[in-house]
Design a protein around this ligand. Sequence first.
Ligand SMILES: Cc1ncc(COP(=O)(O)O)c(C=O)c1O
Length: 395
Amino acid sequence: MDTEGLLSQRMHRLKSSAIRELLKHSKMENIISLAGGIPSDALFDFEGLNEATQLAITQQPKNAFQYGLTEGSEKLREGIVTLCAERGVIARADEIIVTAGSQQALDLVMRAVVDPGDVFVVERPTYLAALQTLQLAEANIMSVASDSDGMVVDELEELLKTQKIKGVYLVPTFGNPSGLTLSRARREQLVKLAHQHHFLIVEDDPYGELRFTDERNPTLSQLGKEAYGDAANIVYTSTFSKILAPGMRLGWLVLPQWLLHKVAIIKQAADLHSNSLSQTVAEYYLGLNRLPTQIAKIRAAYKAKCETLAGLMTQELGDYISFDMPKGGMFLWARFRSQVNTSVWLEQAIKQGVVFVPGEYFFSDNPDCSTLRLSFATATEEQMHEAVARLRRAL
Ligand SMILES: Cc1ncc(COP(=O)(O)O)c(C=O)c1O
């Protein structure tokens, strides 16, 4: 079949997700996966979800099965206002759009603000599927390094001396893949730079609630609003995926007024509105007031799992591999002390029956091939022991 010229140029430039390819291995028998970024379904609150679903179907069948507002159900947005307030994000319901997960939120925003060739800056390493949305929007993606305190904002400041930028995308709290958190000082520096140089910050915050300590940094969104009010050009996105259930495909955006209506127009073109049934279930779930207990449960479980994996890695592979201890989230980001290429090592690991994600996939440029991402969310303690023993054998 002659398909020459039928695909857009844009599609030729788009890379498929290496992680999705890798996940095929994780489904193979006897393979233990530390690769996927998926939450543990052993922790899902099925009882609460069941109750909320029953209520949605019996009490609000019309809302649950009818078309809805593009911006999302009013009641759910009210619930999200409260969730936001608890994490220091100041938002009114009319600043919120409910999306099909944060993934759609990123796609909509990038489409609304990026013209082909516009410079968008990401962290090195960064969330892979955000890179895909930037590639689809034909952004000129540039990157700055990160260290134990998150994105090196000084490097961004240097870049700004020679480069006009449209925006910065980052996961400032318990990042994917790095597990790192941007320090308070750097948060303030970044928000100030965005105001001075008139660029947009896209703050992606799926993991902020999954913290293992009581330490809590203000969101960029909060710092921006406190310092500059409505003039702060910060987009905040978060999701129900990591605190409730990813299959509901529910996330949200908090947007500056000038952007909100534009994003709503793109959402109309994409899917008219987010799934009504999921939204109604989420409304009832929030009404049941089970979310705080649920989040506390996930936090405690991931903290224990993180400590187990980190302990095993130090014990078995500490001579070869180093990492910063995550203070929340789902990922442990590690680096070989010597020049081991983790993509090559992965082939050995698969032969031994364990998978992880080689770090190089999370870089838009200058990949550090000696890095790797391990997820501690889904494997059981027993599986972790076996997985790390297999990793050691693979070495
Ligand atoms: C940093 C980051 N952003 C966004 C997403 C998308 O999540 P969802 O679309 O399920 O809300 C993920 C999912 O893993 C993520 O890690």
